[in-house]
Each structure stands twice: as structure tokens, then as C-alpha cells.
Design a protein around this ligand. Structure first.
Ligand code: ADP
Length: 536
């Protein structure tokens, strides 16, 4: 027997319709590439996304055509999120921090038909445009007056001129909710990048799940600052979940330095922010010497790489901001777990709470996790036994774009992470499979070694890598960037490890460097470090 309720396809167009009808005057604030602040609202975003829909119709692009963006977080990018996907075409967000050769490869692989870009990426687009024959239309995200002449890109148009020719009378089409909505390539530390192709259904369910109180706890009272880029896994879904709850959105554009982010948080009374640890490091380094405080910020989601304990502590003790540590992947849309406490944890001693908050957290309805040992057998959930982490769920990848076989093992997606899960379901990433250090048959977590180093007051950044060892197979060394003008010797740092970890896990060596290489998504490039240091 079937239930007798209405059936509605879960479509991204439904989100923007809802936000327009119910939260039309809620603001959308953007710092533009030009540096000024632009003020819009959900009503305006909805109207302009319908103009995009008409503009795409006029271009005669078939359903499923890929429309690419190389853009910062801002209102025009947001309009494309809804205007492109709402018409059953696919929004392909591209990471501008990639090498031009990788970018070319991605555009060609995706067969993008339109490429929209912020003016700050003009040189990048000039470098690739002759090598990307599928692209028929080039759109600069600016006013007509700002469009430079003689760019070498034939028929380059300004976004405002492009959508300005079309009115906003448009009825969103209804189609199967499993239709593709957006495409994001993983940075691909080995081999070519791979595309994760999201659907309307997976995007909507991810937005529902991530907005829940124990997850990102989002509401119409929030002013949300996605520092996490819209070119990487849809800014953790925040554009969609904010539309779903009617939150105000505040976009930082290209200005990600500590001062700009702090000023924006204060001016726009941001209550909730999200980003990778490196961004928050810059923010805290700006605020500390000025003794600046937050007047509105309540919570921040930190993920993408392990959040150092010193950061969680500083946010809590110095600024009364709750850090929600989260774990995810491009292949998971991206949210897999988030660390919020259960009722029974509320009365734990502060050190115990901190230990728990360091974990990447528990999963929520819609995603399942499991850990398997080397023999492929399930590991116990005791918070100590670790194994390869697998995920499954409504917003977890099945196949990569254009690949024929599923990316799964027995129906589960292998994440490439090694993790523990405790009795309460809290998952902790021990390492990425390829970064784990195997010493004398035992594993050393590079994350643990790095966390201890960065808790030293004179250390700005640390990365732990393995060096080959004739006796133990591998031994850890730690590569360190010191804080400016603060002294630190190798011996001092090594003795700092004593008592904080097992003796045999203490690194064999400390290498001081000026800078540690960071990849396109803000993560430490250990492959590069290994290449540079281990050969030398
Ligand atoms: P990439 O394109 O580099 O794969 P992703 O954002 O998809 O970018 O990276 C996912 C990986 O990032 C995870 O598999 C995990 O190794 C790491 N990661 C994400 N969040 C965390 C976290 N909170 N702690 C530790 N590692 C994390």
C-alpha cells in the first residue's frame, strides 16, 4: 500500500523560491573583488537567478550542459548556484588555486560550455582559453563598464550585460530530483582530478541534514560567513542550507586576511562562520595583539584538516566561541561528521570536553560510517582500535564523473582515512592512509605529532612526515615554521614532546623552514614536502 501524501521533487529551485517568498528581505552581503561592500537580499538573488535562467535558454544550452565558474564567494556566484542548477544544467565550480595545466585538464574533461570568472582571474583565463575548445561563452563577473578591452578572449561579455538583456519572468522546470546539479573535482594529490557530480536530491538532503541542531544548527536568526570557498564542495553546502532556513549570508570575496575577515564579522554581526584551520589562524593572529573581541560570533565550523587543540581552546577561552570540528570530503558533499556534544558530556571537566571536541565528531542521519582492519574485518568502536574508514549514504559518491564502475567496495566508499570510532559514535581521524607513519610495525599519527608541535607557543605551523629508516621502516620527523622573532631550538622542541606522547613516537628530527607548502584547498602538501626534504 502506498502512502497518500503529495510527492514533490527535491529541487534546488525550490530552495530559492522558498527563500524569496519567506525571507525576501534577508540580506546577502558581499565584499567584491573591487573591495567595496555590496548589499543584496534573497528576493534580489531569486530575481537575478531567473534572469540567468532566461539567458541560458537564449544560449540554447541543453539540459546537463556544464556552466563553469572560477570565482570567489559573492552574490553573483550565488545567483549562478541557483540560476544554473535550477534549469537542470550543471554548475561546475573550479578551484582557481590549481595550476593552469590542471585547470585546462578539468575544463576539457568536464566539457564546459560557458565559463564565468571574477576579474581577478583574468590572467588565469587568458592562459587557458586557447586550450579549452569546448567553451563557447566567456563571461566576466563584472559590470559592462568594468570589462577591459583587448583581453585576447573573443566575445568576452560582462555578466551584468549578459543577464541584463533578459527579464526575470521564468518558471522553474520540474524534473527528476536525481538530475545532476553541480560538479566539483577533487584536488587529486595523485593522478588526474576526479569529478564528484552531485544531484538535486543529494544536495537537498545534505542541506536538510547539515542544518540540524546537532550539526550546524542553522536558523533564520543566523548571519552566516562562509570563508570556505564556493569553488570547493559548494562552500560545505552553506548557500543551500542558508536558503533553506532563510539565514543572512556574508561573503568575504578575495579578502581572506585576518583584518578583513574580522572587520566583516563585526560589521555584519556574523553569528556563525565556517572555514579551514589556516584561515582561523590568520584571524586569531590578527586579533590577539590588538586584544580584539567578537561582539556577535557564537560558533564556527572548522574542518578540511585536523583542527589543532590550541585553536579550539583559544576560541573558547579567549573569545567564548564554540568550535564545531567537522570532517568531510568532496565525495561526501562534503559533510560526514561534526563534533557536537551529547547531553551526558555537558558536565565533563574542561580538559575532557576538549579531548572530545578534538575528535571529528559523530555522523548524523543520512550518513553511515564503518572502520575495517587490514583483513577487512570490522573494528570495535572503543575509541582506540583504528581502521580504514568507509562511508555510505544519500549524499556519498557512487561513481566519479565519466567513470563506468562504482567507486565503492561492497557498497561502501573507501575514504582513504584511518580512524577510530568510540562507544558514543564519535569518529577521530588518525591520519590519511598515505600519511600514517609505520614505525616498527606500529602506527604513529602524523596529526598527533603536529598537534603537539603547534601547541608550543613559538611554533606557527608544523607538518610531520615519515623518513625511511633501516631498522624501523619509517620514523617521524617534524617540519616547523617558527613564529616571527621567537627563538626555538631543535632540542627545546623535542624535549617539549616528553610526557605528551609515547617516547618511541617522538620525532627523530626537527627541520626548521621558512614556509610549508599549502595546496589548492588549504591543506599541507606533504607529497611536496617529502619530495623536497627526503631527497635532500
Ligand atoms: P581533497 O580534494 O584534498 O580530497 P577534500 O576536502 O575532499 O579535498 O579532502 C578530504 C580529506 O580531508 C579527508 O579525507 C581527510 O583526510 C581530510 N579532512 C577533512 N576534514 C578533516 C578533519 N576535520 N580532520 C582531519 N582531516 C580532515
Amino acid at each position: 500500500m502506498f502512502g497518500l501524501m503529495q510527492q514533490q521533487e527535491l529541487l534546488i529551485s525550490g530552495l530559492i523560491d522558498f527563500a524569496e517568498r519567506n525571507h525576501g528581505d534577508t540580506e546577502i552581503i558581499s565584499r567584491r573583488v573591487e573591495g567595496d561592500i555590496h548589499r543584496s537580499n534573497w528576493r534580489e538573488v531569486a530575481k537575478r537567478s531567473r534572469q540567468i535562467a532566461n539567458a541560458l535558454k537564449h544560449m540554447d544550452l541543453e539540459a546537463g550542459a556544464r556552466i563553469a565558474t572560477i570565482a570567489w564567494n559573492g552574490y553573483r556566484h550565488l545567483e549562478l548556484y541557483f540560476g544554473v542548477s535550477g534549469t537542470a544544467r550543471v554548475l561546475h565550480t573550479i578551484n582557481p588555486r590549481l595550476h593552469p595545466d590542471q585547470l585546462t585538464w578539468i575544463v576539457n574533461h568536464a566539457e564546459d560550455k560557458v565559463l564565468c570568472f571574477d576579474m581577478s582571474f583574468l590572467p588565469l583565463v587568458q592562459a587557458i582559453h586557447a586550450r579549452t575548445p569546448s567553451v563557447e561563452h566567456w563571461i566576466a563577473l563584472c559590470d559592462k563598464a568594468q570589462l577591459p578591452k583587448d583581453t585576447g578572449i573573443p566575445a568576452l561579455r560582462s555578466y551584468e550585460a549578459w543577464i541584463g538583456q533578459h527579464n526575470s519572468d521564468f518558471e522553474w522546470p520540474i524534473f527528476d530530483e536525481n538530475t545532476a546539479s553541480s560538479l566539483c573535482y577533487t584536488s587529486g594529490t595523485t593522478g588526474h582530478p576526479k569529478g564528484a557530480l552531485y544531484s538535486h536530491r543529494s544536495t537537498l538532503l545534505h542541506a536538510f541534514g547539515s542544518a540540524l541542531p546537532d550539526v550546524m544548527n542553522m536558523s533564520a536568526t543566523d548571519s552566516v560567513l562562509p570563508v570556505v570557498p564556493m569553488f570547493h564542495v559548494n562552500a560545505w553546502g552553506l548557500p543551500y542550507s542558508s536558503a533553506m532556513v532563510g539565514a543572512k549570508l556574508v561573503f568575504p570575496g578575495p579578502a581572506l586576511d585576518g583584518k578583513s575577515v574580522y572587520d566583516l564579522i563585526e560589521q555584519e554581526q556574523v553569528t556563525f562562520a565556517a572555514g579551514v584551520p589556516t584561515v582561523w589562524q590568520m584571524l586569531l593572529s590578527h586579533m590577539k595583539p590588538l586584544n580584539a573581541k567578537f561582539s556577535s560570533l557564537k560558533r564556527t565550523v572548522i574542518g578540511g584538516s585536523a583542527c589543532p587543540p590550541a585553536m579550539i581552546e583559544s576560541f573558547k577561552l579567549d573569545y567564548n566561541v564554540e568550535v564545531l570540528h567537522a570532517w568531510g570530503m568532496t565525495e561526501l558533499s562534503p559533510l560526514g561528521t561534526l563534533c557536537s556534544l551529547k547531553n551526558k558530556h555537558r558536565n565533563l571537566a574542561p580538559e575532557e570536553q576538549l579531548k572530545l571536541r578534538l575528535k571529528q565528531g559523530r555522523t548524523f542521519y543520512g550518513v553511515d560510517l564503518k572502520i575495517l582492519n587490514d583483513q577487512g574485518l570490522p573494528q570495535v568502536h572503543d575509541g582506540k582500535s583504528y581502521g580504514d574508514l568507509y562511508a555510505k549514504g544519500s549524499w556519498v559518491i557512487n561513481k566519479y564523473f565519466k567513470e563506468t564502475s562504482p567507486a565503492l567496495i561492497d557498497g561502501w566508499f573507501p575514504t582513504g582515512d584511518v580512524a577510530t570510532i568510540d562507544e558514543d559514535g564519535y569518529m577521530q581521524v588518525v591520519d590519511r592512509t598515505k600519511d600514517v607513519i609505520k614505525s616498527g610495525g606500529e602506527w604513529i599519527s602524523s596529526i598527533d605529532i603536529e598537534n603537539i608541535a603547534v601547541s608550543h607557543p613559538h611554533v606557527a605551523m608544523a607538518a610531520c612526515i615519515a623518513v625511511p629508516d633501516p631498522k624501523w621502516d619509517e620514523r617521524p620527523i617534524v617540519v616547523v615554521v617558527k613564529k616571527p622573532d621567537l627563538p626555538l631550538t631543535k632540542e627545546e622542541l623535542l624535549s617539549f614532546y616528553e610526557g605528551k606522547t609515547a617516547k618511541w613516537q617522538i620525532p627523530d628530527d626537527v627541520i626548521f623552514v621558512e614556509a610549508i607548502p599549502i595546496g589548492a584547498t588549504g591543506k599541507i602538501l606533504k607529497t611536496k614536502l617529502r619530495e623536497e626534504l627526503i631527497k635532500a
